[in-house]
Design a protein around this ligand. Structure first.
Ligand SMILES: N=CN[C@@H](CCC(=O)O)C(=O)O
Ligand SMILES: [Zn+2]
Length: 408
């Protein structure tokens, strides 16, 4: 056998759902890489013979390998910060009060409109470095802090550039319909028209987005406005997804699922009818424990219903300056278990196999099996549950991206 690298003396949480073991685990395993892809994976005892003199061999000292982590929901391109609003909330104001008073998302919009591309790129690069060091190999980044055509395009260009200059793959999402900008305060429909007829065509023409998202909520866009944007995006051939049922239940998830959304995100207020709709349509549920924690929400997402209806559960950071200034996918693993009571295995699936599905990348990443991209991490852990159990000492030893060792 001729391979580019072989990993020995490892246990593997493949997250391969075809295997019957928890975590798709293979103990005393081996893995081989060729041309950036997984060329062999299985028990060490079955590894075919290979030329040990010409093949780099990495030894894992009995530790665990997992797929590279995938953070399927972030807003990591932004300017400024909202520590002042954090203080306001600690003095009694609510997230909704602040948003309605022109703060919240709109305050980050002001900062993003003023920031130049280099500034946005540099701050986002640092954040991406932080995620990359803790084992993230694919990240989704949304626009949505521009709310005018130029700034929305600027944010997406920065996100695309980051993907070109960083080992972490970037999937971009156009979120022009994130909030109603001050200029359209009394005419949200006209803003929706701008999103559909001016922004979206330019986003498509310049190939700036892989997907389109909308914030469907009482403080943002209503059901009809949301449907219009998602339908236009779908007709243009883009993947669609939705911020939905975060603060109330207005039926966004059900509508988006019927349109074929890859995911509905937040969903604390989703009811059984909504869960059935997303289950019937193969839509993933993206759980965002960081925002739940940071906003001190009390309404839990319907985890048990999601389990009953076999909805793939995803765990993401929602990293953003307002509701989740927490730039750590590893922390989300812990919070998904402590706050939402996911099992460590469910949480790990939420940042690997299910996260890939939410991004429409399930044929490439998220599992360690033959033919998939060689994106994986070696962790200084004795069981996969440790990834969700503890936080603060980064257990990531190595990151391999497309078969290249990028972090050790
Ligand atoms: N819910 C809407 N959007 C973001 C919050 C953005 C912000 O507050 O800046 C979220 O996913 O939590
Ligand atoms: Zn979000």
């Amino acid at each position: 056998m001729s391979w580019d690298q072989v990993w020995l003396d490892i246990n593997i949480a493949t997250m391969d759902t075809d295997l019957s073991t928890a975590y798709g685990a293979i103990t005393d395993a081996a893995l081989a890489v060729k041309d950036g892809k997984i060329a062999w994976v299985g028990p060490r005892a079955q590894l075919p013979e290979f030329d040990v003199l010409s093949t780099p061999v990495y030894r894992g000292k009995g530790k665990w390998l997992t797929p590279g982590l995938i953070d399927a929901h972030t807003h990591l391109v932004f300017a400024g910060n909202r520590a002042n609003e954090f203080e306001m909330r600690l003095n009694g104001a609510s997230y909704e009060d602040i948003a309605r008073a022109g703060g919240g998302i709109i305050s980050t919009v002001k900062a993003c409109r003023e920031a130049d591309e280099a500034e946005l790129f540099e701050s986002a690069r640092k954040r991406l470095n932080a995620l990359g060091k803790e084992g993230v190999t694919t990240v989704e980044i949304k626009s949505g802090y521009g709310l005018d055509t130029d700034t929305e395009l600027k944010m997406l260009r920065v996100a695309r550039e980051l993907g070109k200059h960083h080992h972490v793959d970037v999937q971009t999402t156009f979120l022009g319909a994130h909030a109603i900008p001050p200029e359209y305060k009394d005419n949200a429909d006209a803003y929706v028209d701008l999103v559909i007829n001016d922004m979206l065509p330019k986003v498509i023409e310049q190939d700036l987005a892989d997907a389109v998202d909308v914030f469907c909520e009482g403080i943002a866009f209503d059901l009809a406005q949301t449907e219009k944007v998602l339908t236009a995006a779908k007709q243009a051939g883009l993947k669609i997804k939705l911020h939905a049922e975060q603060l109330s239940n207005i039926g966004g998830s059900e509508m988006a699922a019927k349109l074929g959304a890859k995911s509905v995100d937040h969903i604390e207020y989703l009811d059984e009818q909504g869960v059935k709709a997303i289950s019937d349509n193969g839509t993933c549920a993206v759980l965002l424990p960081g925002a739940f924690y940071f906003l001190r929400e009390t309404k839990l997402p319907p985890i048990e219903l999601l389990r009953q209806h076999k909805v793939p559960m995803v765990v993401a950071s929602d990293f953003n300056p307002g509701s989740s200034p927490l730039c750590s996918t590893q922390l989300m693993l812990n919070m998904a278990c402590t706050l939402f009571r996911l099992t460590p295995e469910e949480a790990l699936a939420g940042v690997t196999v299910n996260a890939a599905k939410a991004l429409g990348l399930e044929d490439k990443v998220g599992q360690l099996k033959l033919g998939m991209q060689a994106d994986f991490c070696l962790w200084d852990i004795d069981s996969p549950a440790e990834l969700a159990y503890s936080f603060g000492v980064n257990p990531c030893i190595n990151v391999v991206k497309n078969g290249q060792l990028v972090h050790q």
